[in-house]
Design a protein around this ligand. Structure first.
Ligand code: ADP
Ligand code: 5GP
Length: 197
């Protein structure tokens, strides 16, 4: 006799989401969490976005971002090379499609660190994607972190804080929220969500 009993519906196979999107307001600590995670698990693959913003001190082309001109970004869009792209606080950012597809086809977990608009686009085109929202412990702490980073002018900080209000209001669109109180804890939680540990 077969193990399946009559009258019951077989369990659907568990399909693990292979693409994880990490979003959250500027200054909440996304890059810090991802850097820590990759220090512990260097095998976790993070998509390197293209951007028209200028590099911050210490940022290297091809590492944190592919730094491109406006014309180059236009071409990436025109050639269909971006999985998604968005304008954020005066600059454009986009996810190169090919590298992500290659990893997913190889069955490897993929992590995107992108803004809210990008997260929404990914949700539309890849409904199985897992959307993770990184939230600050408080508004004041977010302002402290963004200002304390010291990489943006007061005008740019103001612009990013305006965007942060919109992003915080969209938290419920995400599958999971992680509050970035401890970088180590959040990195561990993110790894667990990605099924790496
Ligand atoms: P994002 O990538 O989200 O814009 P960053 O990773 O650049 O943010 O972090 C912004 C600032 O906050 C940095 O100076 C970073 O060192 C600091 N930071 C990040 N996570 C924490 C945390 N859990 N506690 C205190 N400071 C943090
Ligand atoms: P920053 O200038 O601080 O590195 O990034 C600004 C914002 O752009 C962050 O919210 C970051 O997650 C987002 N971002 C980075 N790369 C991409 C991308 O490829 N696509 C989208 N939509 N947003 C991105």
């Amino acid at each position: 006799m077969a193990a399946t009993s009559r009258g019951t519906t077989p369990e659907p196979p568990v399909v693990r989401p292979r693409l994880t999107v990490l979003s959250g307001p500027s200054g909440v600590g996304k890059s810090t969490v991802v850097a820590h995670m990759r220090k512990v698990h260097p095998e976790v693959w993070l998509s390197v976005s293209a951007t028209t913003r200028t590099p911050r001190p210490g940022e290297q082309d091809g590492v944190q971002y592919h730094f491109v001109t406006d014309d180059e970004f236009d071409k990436l869009i025109a050639n269909g090379e971006l999985l998604e792209w968005a304008e954020f606080a005066g600059n454009r950012y986009g996810t190169p499609r090919r590298a992500v597809q290659d990893r997913l086809e190889a069955g490897e977990p993929v992590l995107l660190e992108i803004d809210l608009q990008g997260a929404r686009l990914v949700r539309e085109s890849m409904p199985d994607a897992q959307l993770v929202f990184l939230a600050p412990p408080s508004w004041d702490e977010l302002v402290r972190r963004l200002t304390g980073r010291g990489t943006e002018s007061p005008e740019v900080i103001e612009r990013r804080l305006e965007a942060a209000k919109v992003e915080l209001a969209a938290e419920s669109e995400f599958d999971v929220t992680l509050v970035n109180t401890s970088v180590e804890d959040v990195a561990r939680e993110l790894l667990a969500l990605m099924d790496v540990v």
